[in-house]
Design a protein around this ligand. Structure first.
Ligand code: TXA
Ligand code: MG
Length: 313
């Protein structure tokens, strides 16, 4: 398949209308979009990404009104979060509406819904005339793409079109919150923080997988965000091994000479740079990536979640 590159949301939306799949920028990471009501197009998304079919997709809307097309009920907590945050890097899990095909939700009775806060994404969604399912536009298991070039690296020849845009503003995926019960549960940490959600709904909690049970969010079962290199987490006090094929990313200068070093001025910048740095390390054949740990508050919680998962074997 030839992958068309374009900067025109209208041209990209034409592929959606013809049942195709299109990568597009959002404020978090690039997504791989398909019409949420077109089961055949959604099947192409799973194939292109080599995504396990038990991992549900997030639906993206171009307006708050469109949410009603996707869910059978907007719960009171979901309503509060929508009013407080949308458009935002925030995905709300709600009971799905009947017309949404089960291939989108991996057979779940719920669907994750979000309205991205990014002009190109919103223009593209509106031009498509339908909500779009969109997982991150990477091969399954690889770091999520924060540039169109990263999408190209993984999916050139496997998808119809890439809507080229700027580097994504945030660099980590959205916060996923289960809003089906009275106690909102964070299934995946992201840029909208626990603290922000608690100012709107103080009962909001981080979901902990009960011992011996499968996680609520099927995506949490799969390996994620991994560069080919080994990822080693370290606090700023620890010494790193000096080596030619090692790299370091963090907030403080490491104590040894390392081949490739990225020092970030803030936790936000660290979150913004992480996935791109992982990909750069793979291109340069780095064998070990040392990552400085950060405090698990604010966006630091999401960053630590991605770092821990990348460091799992
Ligand atoms: O920022 C984002 O969320 C990006 C951009 C493109 O919007 N999308 C994204 O999608 O990260 P994906 O498919 O890579 O991750 C979706 C996560 C997975 O962990 C999945 O298991 C979870 O959301 N998820 C989706 N629908 C769910 C549902 N109905 N119940 C529980 N978890 C769900
Ligand atoms: Mg993903």
């Amino acid at each position: 398949m030839k992958t068309i590159l374009t900067t025109s949301p209208a041209e990209a939306a034409d592929f959606i209308r013809r049942g195709g799949i299109v990568a597009f920028p959002t404020e978090t990471v690039y997504g791989l979009g398909a019409n949420v009501f077109d089961g055949r197009a959604i099947a192409k998304v799973f194939t292109a990404k080599r995504r396990p079919n038990d991992n549900p997709l997030i639906a993206h809307v171009g307006s708050v009104e469109q949410i009603k097309l996707l869910v059978s009920e907007i719960t009171p907590t979901a309503q509060k979060f929508i009013e407080a945050f949308f458009p935002a890097p925030l995905t709300l899990v709600l009971p799905k509406a009947a017309p949404v095909p089960f291939i989108a939700t991996a057979n779940l009775e719920t669907i994750g819904v979000r309205m991205p806060k990014n002009e190109s994404a919103l223009e593209f969604l509106r031009a498509s005339g339908t909500p779009l399912v969109a997982p991150s536009a990477n091969l399954s298991g690889r770091p999520s793409p924060t540039t169109w070039q990263a999408v190209y690296e993984d999916l050139n020849g496997r998808i119809d079109c890439i809507l080229q845009g700027a580097t994504t503003e945030i660099g980590l995926e959205s916060t996923v919150v289960d809003c089906t019960s009275g106690v909102p549960l964070i299934l995946r940490a992201g840029a909208i923080t626990l603290e922000q959600l608690q100012t709107i709904e103080p009962k909001t909690r981080i979901y902990q997988v009960p011992k011996g049970e499968q996680p609520k969010s099927p995506g949490l079962r799969h390996r994620h965000y991994s560069p080919r290199a080994k990822v080693v987490l370290m606090s700023s006090k620890f010494k790193v091994q000096s080596s030619k094929s090692s790299s370091f990313i963090g907030l403080n200068e490491p104590n040894e000479k390392i081949e490739l070093i990225k020092i970030c001025a803030s936790v936000e910048e660290y979150a913004h740079e992480l996935f791109n740095f992982f990909r750069e390390c793979d291109r340069k054949n780095i064998k070990t990536i040392y990552c400085e740990t950060v405090e698990e508050k604010g966006i630091g919680l999401a960053l630590m979640d991605r770092l821990k998962r990348a460091s799992e074997d």
